[in-house]
Ligand binder design. Structure first.
Ligand code: ARG
Length: 228
């Protein structure tokens, strides 16, 4: 034993929300994706067995904070608010918020979104931005990005604000029905979150992550899921 405390001895429990391709999603009954694979490599380095818990996105931070899970990894953006509740690892990827609309949409730019209904996944940064920029009355919250996209397809919302890679995956899955607007929000950093009481694990994960970046493992995993 090397003194590394985890929720279940010998295991590294990762809370995620597996509705977010290519970071975490299902292949059959298994959660795969960039986060799942990087976490698997980190667990290996720490001599722990990775266990993935697929929960609601807005339960991840509280679940990690209360010590129910060792860490949260979910394409999660580092934000000042979240930093009040949890600690973050070094960043391992970046994301950009994007706008998905239907092919024939009148929404051509961010200006056109005003007064329209925006679909988001609850408690994501897309939710926060949309609420800030366009007002809570116009923001329709869903429990997954997929559900928001489905609402867009049937006209229940006029656009969806979500991270760039999932946006690409959702649009691709829908043939020619949807498109992504050519407008960028700020670039965000994705990182793994930990309880503020477990800086030992945070430190160990950062060391592992550093090695995995240096030896090219992280890039290899990203390239496997994101084709240039
Ligand atoms: N990057 C965004 C955020 O942190 C969205 C993350 C959603 N992740 C997920 N696995 N559903 O708020």
């Amino acid at each position: 034993k090397d003194g590394l405390e985890t929720v279940t001895e010998g295991k590294l429990t990762m809370a995620t929300n597996a509705t977010f391709p290519p970071y975490e999603y299902y292949e059959g009954k298994k959660v795969i994706g960039i986060d799942a694979e990087i976490a698997g490599e980190i667990a290996k380095k720490l001599n722990l067995e990775l266990e993935i818990a697929d929960i609601e996105f807005d339960s991840i931070v509280p679940g990690v904070q209360s010590g129910k899970y060792d860490m949260g990894m979910a394409g999660m953006t580092v934000t000042p608010e979240r930093k009040n509740s949890v600690n973050f690892s070094d960043s391992y990827a970046t994301g950009i918020q994007k706008v998905i609309v239907t092919k024939d949409s009148k929404i051509k730019s961010l200006d056109d979104i005003k007064g329209k209904n925006i679909g988001v996944q609850t408690s994501t940064t897309g939710d926060l931005y949309a609420t800030d920029a366009y007002g809570a009355d116009h923001v329709k919250k869903f429990d997954s990005g997929n559900a928001a996209v489905n609402a867009l397809k049937v006209g229940k919302v006029d656009c969806v604000i979500i991270d760039n890679e999932p946006a690409k995956a959702y649009v691709k899955a829908n043939g020619s029905a949807l498109k992504i607007l050519d407008t960028d929000y700020a670039v965000e950093d994705y990182a793994i979150c930990f309880s503020k009481d477990n800086s030992e694990l945070q430190k160990k994960v950062n060391e592992a992550l550093k090695e995995l970046k240096k030896d090219g493992t992280v890039q290899k995993i990203v390239d496997k899921y994101i084709k240039a």
